[in-house]
Design a protein around this ligand. Structure first.
Ligand SMILES: Cc1ncc(COP(=O)(O)O)c(C=O)c1O
Length: 385
């Protein structure tokens, strides 16, 4: 029997994400999978035990909407110790179902039909659909060149009376760039005197390398007063499948986010919140993450140094871009498909994140993998000439 007719899709052009496409192909061809952005090693056993203990202790009913007090307190203390900004644990924080939900709540709370939202490309793929679902208009600004540099003039040109929000992401997926202190100060200047809300996606906050340092929007008074900052425990504690994160924002903004949260999920998984509250009591659990991933990045870069791929070392995140322009003229989408089918290695073509799918002949590799997987990947990459 026919289903209901006249379905008017809210996302008529939405396609299956490149991550699903590449992972499916990787599976079919039994390829080494460096495409999707998550670890292939496990989260800390102690953290798993803490979730179980919380369940046994009876924390199995709804948590408060904003999250349990113990966890909110740990998070605001962490932000204060790292960035010097003291958020109010009662009114300025919400624990969410991963950063993706925090981003969606923020966009839904503030973007009205016809509002413009500036998105810096290449960008994480949930931003634009979330804007469109709320009737907003994504206004795309490409980060420049093969190193994806910020150009404040290009952003300024796109600011109009309809601009409601600007979305930034640092450390940046997929480029591995990290905004500098000077860039954050320039951003502060750019937004001065406007009513633009800054949505700052900081999910890779603890993953920076060499001299690069994460500069949170919370550390800049003229940004934090307009910023909703989103973070992810999944990225920090190697458990992306738990989908836990949070956002912080000034009280007036958070009050609007709560209205959406209440009708969206009301609250998130209670025992996991207990576990994170306890685990965050030990700051080394997140302070040592940069070092941990720097070792992975260096191992990967060292293993591939004699290949025909060129790399500018990633400054942050767990992604490394590799340039294959000396190997092939094929588009990055074609080339990445070929690497899966003919060589058995999966990556992500960067053009899919870019404005107008601009193609710099680059592929994104995730190095949040065991050393054994990285070695296997390097053996394959050496054969590609
Ligand atoms: C830039 C960026 N933001 C947000 C997310 C999603 O975070 P979560 O898994 O906590 O929803 C990701 C995941 O890949 C990401 O790369």
């Amino acid at each position: 029997m026919a289903t209901v007719s006249n379905i008017s899709s809210k996302l008529p052009k939405h396609e299956t994400s490149i991550f699903s496409v590449m992972s499916k192909m990787a599976y079919e061809h039994d390829a080494v999978n460096l495409s999707q952005g998550y670890p292939n090693f496990d989260t800390d056993k102690r953290l798993k035990e803490l979730v179980y203990e919380a369940m046994l202790d009876g924390y199995n009913q709804y948590a408060p909407l904003a999250g349990i007090a113990l966890l909110r307190e740990q998070i605001v203390n962490k932000i204060e110790s790292l960035h010097g900004k003291k958020y109010d644990k009662k009114t300025e924080i919400t624990v969410t179902n991963g950063a993706t939900q925090a981003l969606y709540l923020a966009i839904t709370a503030f973007v009205n039909p016809g509002d413009e939202v500036i998105v810096l490309k290449p960008a994480y793929d949930s931003y634009e659909p979330a804007i469109k679902l709320n009737g907003g208009i994504p206004v795309l600004v490409q980060l420049e060149g093969e190193e994806y540099k910020l150009n404040f003039d290009s952003i300024k040109q796109k600011i109009s009376s309809k601009t409601r929000m600007l979305i930034i992401n640092t450390p940046h997926n997929p480029s591995g760039n990290v905004f500098s202190n000077a860039e954050m100060l320039q951003l502060e200047k750019l937004l001065e005197g406007t009513d633009i809300i800054l949505l700052s996606d900081e999910v890779y906050e603890h993953i920076t390398f060499d001299e690069a340092k994460h500069h949170s929007a919370s550390a800049f008074p003229n940004l934090s007063k307009r910023a909703i900052i989103c973070a992810s425990f999944g990225k920090t504690f190697h458990n992306t499948g738990w989908k836990m994160g949070y956002c912080v924002a000034p009280e007036e903004l958070m009050a609007e986010i709560w209205k959406v949260m209440e009708v969206n999920v009301f609250c998130v998984h209670h025992p996991t919140q207990r576990a994170f509250a306890k685990y965050l009591e030990t700051p080394k659990h997140y302070l040592e993450l940069g070092e941990f991933y720097q070792e992975k990045r260096d191992t990967f870069l060292n293993l591939i140094k004699d290949t025909a791929f060129k790399a500018i070392p990633s400054k942050g995140t767990y992604f490394q871009l590799l340039d294959y322009s000396e190997i092939s003229n094929e588009s990055d989408v074609e080339f990445s498909r070929k690497l899966i089918k003919e060589f058995g290695i999966a990556s992500i073509p960067v053009s899919v994140f870019n404005k107008d799918q601009v193609d710099y002949r680059q592929l994104r590799f995730c190095f949040a993998k065991t050393n054994e997987t990285l070695e296997k990947a390097a053996e394959i990459l050496k054969k590609i000439k």
